[in-house]
Design a protein around this ligand. Structure first.
Ligand code: PLP
Length: 360
């Protein structure tokens, strides 16, 4: 295989071993003479895939038995509506922490369905930090508290799990899930789109505590109702079978790599060396408060923005692709999810040093 290092924020790079397995499984999967995308989702073969993917995820995240794992569609974006529809009554207040573009989107969607109270907001400092928990203006009667664990665009990550044990804690983990261990028992709902750290686009994973399953509104559409998915093993209608199957392969790969503690050690090391390279140069910079820097998405700017295009072209020629920052913020962003090998981060750092030397 001739592979480059792909720093895309999502859809993102996949582990080579998983791509190889997919190639082997097409066109004859498990001796069926068919590929997995051609079999009924109700066949015993596919149900085996579905159950084993869920079991592996439960092992990886040590998900307690009183939680359901749902395999949905619509991306993390649909959860911005499904969360209020499933957890709040009409007119009820829900607390939201705003730390960047994704939590802002969750807030504006939730406003259609409930009374949103923004309890903390880092917009005044350009989303470069996580507001201290003791400054949050929480409501007395909130249906839940929502936050985004890792803001994929600005590269801001909560270094802790908020403590709101009196109400359900709801978290958008799309760009950080599986990057390190997390105590699932602290959450009411965790959700994540697949195309960053789980699988290819298509499936969305929701982990929900079972006592929250009956809070849906009467007029919630069936296909947006957690309870209905939980009762049907996420097979209310045809699920995104291929993405679900790929998720199972990624979970198996992560287990073979030693699970989430092993991933965390590598991820922390990868991020640290990249931030060190940025901080030790006057040519590159990252504005995020040190404790709140993301392990997964590392934005940086060049001292001279006029060099941005040259940087991207030369990086791409060196086999380092998709480093452009999000269109809303500009600059660069290196997404270094689980599937980005440490050698890719090393290659990027070498390139950055060489680029700085040649342009200074
Ligand atoms: C990518 C992303 C989303 C949107 O995911 P879709 O699957 O495209 O809907 C939401 N939240 C976060 C934190 C993301 O990184």
């Amino acid at each position: 295989m001739s592979r480059i290092y792909n720093f895309s924020a999502g859809p993102a790079t996949m582990p080579d071993a998983v791509l190889e397995q997919i190639r082997r499984d097409i066109p004859d999967w498990q001796g069926t003479g068919m590929s997995v995308m051609e079999v009924s989702h109700r066949s015993k073969e596919f149900i085996g895939v579905a159950e084993s993917a869920e079991e592996r995820l439960r092992q990886l995240l040590e998900i307690p038995d009183n939680y359901s794992v749902l395999f949905l569609q619509g991306g993390a974006t649909l959860q911005f509506a499904m969360v209020p529809l499933n957890l709040s009554a009409q007119g009820q207040t829900a607390d939201y922490v705003q730390t960047g573009s994704w939590s802002a989107k969750a807030i504006s969607e939730a406003r259609k369905y409930c009374n949103v109270s923004v309890v903390a907001d880092s917009a005044d400092r350009n989303f470069t930090f996580v507001p201290a928990e003791d400054s949050w203006q929480r409501s007395d009667d909130a249906a839940y508290l929502h936050y985004c664990a890792n803001e994929t665009i600005a590269g801001v990550e909560f270094p802790y799990v908020p403590d709101v044990d009196d109400i359900p804690l709801v978290c958008d983990m799309s760009s950080t899930i599986l990057s390190r261990p997390v105590d699932v028992s602290k959450f009411g709902v965790i959700y994540a789109g697949a195309q960053k750290n789980i699988s290819i686009a298509g499936v969305t994973i929701v982990i929900v505590r079972n006592d929250l399953l009956d809070r849906g509104r009467d007029d919630t559409p069936s296909l947006l109702d957690y309870q209905i998915y939980a009762k049907s093993d996420s097979m209310v209608n045809t699920p995104p079978v291929f993405s679900w199957y790929v998720a199972g392969l990624v979970f198996e790969y992560l287990q073979q790599k030693g699970g989430l503690s092993a991933m965390a050690a590598v991820n922390e090391r990868k991020a640290k060396k990249l931030y060190d390279a940025i901080d030790s140069s006057a040519f590159y910079s990252n504005p995020v408060q040190e404790d709140d820097r993301s392990w997964m998405n590392v934005p940086f700017i060049l001292r001279d923005a006029a060099l941005d295009q040259v940087f991207l072209i030369e990086a791409s020629a060196a086999g380092l692709a998709n480093l452009q920052g999000h269109r809303s913020v500009g600059g660069m962003r290196a997404s270094i999810y689980n599937a980005m090998p440490e050698s890719g981060v090393d290659a990027l750092i070498d390139f950055m040093h060489e680029f700085e030397r040649s342009k200074s």
